[in-house]
Design a protein around this ligand. Structure first.
Ligand SMILES: Nc1nc2c(ncn2[C@@H]2O[C@H](COP(=O)(O)OP(=O)(O)OP(=O)(O)O)[C@@H](O)[C@H]2O)c(=O)[nH]1
Ligand SMILES: [Mg+2]
Length: 280
């Protein structure tokens, strides 16, 4: 079973619970390549009474063919508007502030009518590990105020950051949930980098990826690695190993081959690939 719920996530869950009452808005970040599988039921539960803005991050890596289906899905199923963003490519970043203001307008007008003092809006940024929370905060504040990294578990504590004179954001450590019941979703979380590579066996996620590519992106593996997609997954992996120099003295270094495939996917060298592709 793929699972990752270390002590620091349980601690973060408690801290989110304590801080939720301080915020006006929850900004939930989902990975645009897996907008369903990156939804954390714990976060859902913790934030259910707060207004929410959903941002789909890393959208320049996702397959844009699914954008309109995703938008419809969120509107129909969860009555939520979503915004496709990319913090590296600066896509829709400048819309976030006005979307947030729009959601909070009524609340702030009511407070004003009651004679309450004007105050800063406060939003909490939440999401699974590595989804791009800290990168977005840096982008919005136009300077490096928080650490980022291309591995999950970089942010270790909660941190308030002022991104505009009237707007404060709370950066939070990424969390998963105690039991990943949907193991297909778990493999997608591995592939997109939300689960620490070192603690799991990569084999099943890579086999899943090859099956997925054969079925949904036929031709792309062949284009990238010159492999015959009609052969077995093992044959494909061994062919890639030979081409990459991971075959010596009649021995295949499978682990290195898995990591190479993983990095090719994560660095967009195979193409813009989305792993959640069925939306009702
Ligand atoms: N292409 C692309 N990469 C992104 C985007 N946002 C973040 N990244 C990359 O994703 C990786 C993780 O970013 P972080 O901002 O550290 O993620 P996080 O959600 O704060 O992660 P934790 O603190 O571990 O929970 C980094 O390598 C970023 O450069 C994006 O919009 N597009
Ligand atoms: Mg972070």
């Amino acid at each position: 079973m793929i699972n990752w719920y270390p002590g620091h996530m349980a601690k973060t869950k408690k801290q989110l619970q304590e801080n939720i009452k301080l915020v006006d808005l929850v900004i939930e970040l989902l990975d645009a390549r897996i907008p369903i599988s990156s939804q954390n039921p714990l976060i859902d539960e913790l934030t259910k009474n707060k207004p929410r803005l959903v941002l789909l991050t890393k959208s320049s890596m996702a397959d844009p063919r699914y954008n309109s289906q995703i938008e419809k899905h969120f509107l129909n199923k969860q009555s939520t508007k979503v915004l496709f963003i990319d913090s590296i490519q600066s896509i829709n970043i400048n819309k976030i502030y006005s979307f947030a203001q729009e959601i909070l307008k009524e609340k702030f007008e009511k407070e004003k009518l009651k004679g309450m003092k004007t105050r800063n809006a406060r939003a909490m940024i939440v999401g699974i590990p590595n989804v791009g929370k800290s990168t977005l905060i840096n982008k919005l504040s136009q300077k490096k105020v928080t650490n980022v990294g291309d591995k999950p578990g970089v942010t270790k504590s909660l941190q308030w950051i002022r991104i505009a004179k009237d707007f404060d954001l709370l950066d939070t450590p990424g969390i998963l949930w105690p039991k990943l019941d949907d193991q297909e979703a778990a493999k997608k979380l591995v592939l997109t980098g939300a689960i620490k590579d070192e603690i799991i066996r990569l084999e099943e996620s890579i086999f899943y990826f090859i099956d997925f590519m054969k079925a949904n992106y036929a031709g792309l593996l062949n284009k990238k690695y010159e492999v015959d997609e009609k052969t077995t997954n093992l044959e494909i992996i061994e062919e890639i190993a030979k081409k990459r120099g991971f075959f010596t003295n009649k021995d295949f270094d499978y682990e290195k081959t898995y990591i190479a495939i993983l990095n090719d996917f994560r660095n967009l060298r195979i193409g813009r690939i989305s792993l959640d592709i069925n939306y009702e």
